[in-house]
Write a protein that binds this ligand. Sequence first.
Ligand code: SIN
Ligand code: FE2
Length: 207
Amino acid sequence: MAQAATDLEGFRLWPGFLSRAEQEALRDDVFARMRGGPLYIPRMPKSGQPMRVRMTNFGPLGWVTDKEQGYRYQATHPDTGKPWPEMPPRVLELWSELSGYSAPPEACLVNLYESDARMGLHIDADEAAWDAPVLSISLGDTALFRIGGPVRSDPTRSVRLASGDVCLLGGASRRFYHGVDRILPGTSRLLPKGGRINLTVRRVTPP
Ligand code: SIN
Ligand code: FE2
């Protein structure tokens, strides 16, 4: 598979890395696992403002946020109190194939974007394993992803992430501001109700 070069240091994009059949299989696996760990509404620290994206996690740790305790990783679902479902095997394979990191990932954050959802510019900063890259898998409608540099005011660029695309924030880009400007409704028929699922795969603790 050809790898698109970019001048964002350590950022890699593999357009269409997953075939349509692989996207369908991963979608079905994600939906099946979500029965044991349903989507919930994350809330911003302090304000308690609901985020537009709905979330759940797979794997030993999950990223959560609420009004009282803010951003963190924990081993249990905030609503059910149960451990997160296990990570899909295909996600573990993609990590070992593409991340270049020797230890397995610990968290697979599932973000569901409905057509009007977006995600503001942020840096992924809640992981002690700073040397590990972040792997991102896109399913469903295309996202306009924005990525800049280590300072919020750095110039940014827009990258389209379509269904089946996989990207990696490694090297310097691991600490770059990024977010999702918007979703392009109707660009994919993978998800029955439309929208987009992003799987963000991370190592949290140093191995
Ligand atoms: C994120 O940065 O947490 C999500 C990025 C994406 O949805 O592509
Ligand atoms: Fe992020």
